[in-house]
Design a protein. Sequence first.
Length: 265
Amino acid sequence: MQTIVQSGTVGSDQTYLKQQAGRQDRFYEAEAAGLRWLAAAGGARVVTVLAVEPGRIELERVRQARPSVDAARRFGADLARTHSAGAAAFGARPDGWDGPIYIGKRPLPVADEPRWGVFYARDRVLPYLEIAIEAGSVKQRESDDIREACDLISAGAFDDDQPPARIHGDLWNGNVLWSPGGVVLIDPAAHGGHRETDLAMLSLFGCPYLADILAAYDAAHPLRTGWRDRVPLHQLHPLAVHAASYGRSYGVALHDAALAVLGLA
């Protein structure tokens, strides 16, 4: 388990120290690189990295506040700006970072793809599907449907003219903190991806005032027609990751999402 220790003060703000001996290779350094890359976009606010070294990262302490419509709307518009800052390619690491990247405790494959579908199927769904099958979370007949959906995706059925976006990559409600100054993001799996993937993950696990977030996002950077229909497509990745780690219920949800994708063809 990860140890989180409240540590000292910086000015008037308390800080948080996360540390764990034997953590994966350059794990906290990857987290810091992702946070700094997202912050450089000048959009959604992310937690500030105060110090990082092997096995530990020190972050600013984020004071908690109640979610509000105003904060949600600001966050939606700010997230659109973050995505618009772009990335070098689909699957690209944060600029200036040459190490591994992670989603939760699992490695996240790195790519340099000009086409989203190839990258998404190969590097964001199939690696975790294999683990989920071995874990018993996905049955063989289900895996056939999921692979068929991945074949469709890889063939370019959902490719568009959207450039690689600078995405958080693990944008579930637990990584969206509501502070007196608005939303602050933590714990990214930052990489070059499709902007609809971040929005689909917000929808998957729920988020306060989600409709307001999405409306403000769409106003700042209009989404392509049919984006709501494509939510299951962009949920394949987080569902595959969860099926690999958290059991059968996520395998069932992953299969359901794959059937929905096949229904879009």
